[in-house]
Design a protein around this ligand. Sequence first.
Ligand code: NAP
Length: 313
Amino acid sequence: MSARLLDGVAIGNQIRAEVAPAVAEFTKKAGRPPGLGIVLVGDNPASEVYVRNKLKSAGETGMFAELTRLPATASLDDLLAVVDKLNRSDRHDGILVQSPLPDAMGHDAERRVFDVVRADKDVDGFHPTNVGYLVQNRATLVACTPSGVIEILERSNIPIAGARAVIIGRSDIVGKPMALLLLHRHATVTIAHSKTKDLPKLASEADILVAALGRPGFVTKSFVRPGATVIDVGINRLDSKAAVEKMFPGDAARMAAFEKRGGVIVGDVHPDVAEVAGALTPVPGGVGPLTIALLLRNTLRAAQARTGMGSQM
Ligand code: NAP
């Protein structure tokens, strides 16, 4: 058996194609496009790539997207001042501060920043007000990655109501909102984490298994009930040739990618899982593209809600 691959690129493109005309309509009515302010602190190479892709996608959809850069040496107060400016700006409907922040900003810097981004501009869905709305199932702005997972499941006709869902990972940005979104769609949800006992047994009870732990290839065949849907949220970089060969023996394309870039991106799910799963998201090309598509949709929603213009999409 070989799992059906769930194509995140195609679904992401579909959502962008839905967002673009609504952006045009908003622009016509408001006399300006929806605006997204992105803040990047430091020069983390992965963040550079993410931010570049977000800016490009926002521009392609017809939005105004602006990057504010701060050096790695910037203080938390410097960053809070930028957020304050964006909070007060009429041009910016959405604000995104790219994670991770430099360690020097302190261990609770991200939380402090998420707390001060205006809730109605919080296109990441991390503000406590938006998290509270999510708990009550009446949120407008929901974290992009777990929302993207729901889009993949729904648009691939994978039943959620009544399904047994297991999520590995309990972070505020993925695991917890993922659990709530599935719960609101009537799945029976279990959240697993690093202290969970007998994880493979628990995971193998799932109809829908979401791996969001940040451990390359951690979820192996023994975690997966035959026919289950497996969603791989993990984004991990393998930068040793031996590790790539071990995870993908005989995979010439992966080795070529490694030789070209000095590393390959892999998920939390081992490739062998494709032999037992019914459906599986690839990495890359699965959940990742949805995160950007949902950021654009959240920015549009924020613009519509803030101005009262355009029908909610
Ligand atoms: P995180 O904040 O580091 O949380 C990881 C979670 O996994 C924690 O709850 C942790 O448990 C759990 N965990 C770690 N090791 C485990 C183990 N051996 N067994 C069971 N649970 C374990 O990570 P995150 O921000 O949620 O991200 C998770 C992954 O998703 C990462 O690879 C990240 O790069 C990726 N990601 C992808 C996207 C995307 O667009 N596709 C977006 C965001 C994140 P404890 O709570 O007990 O420590």
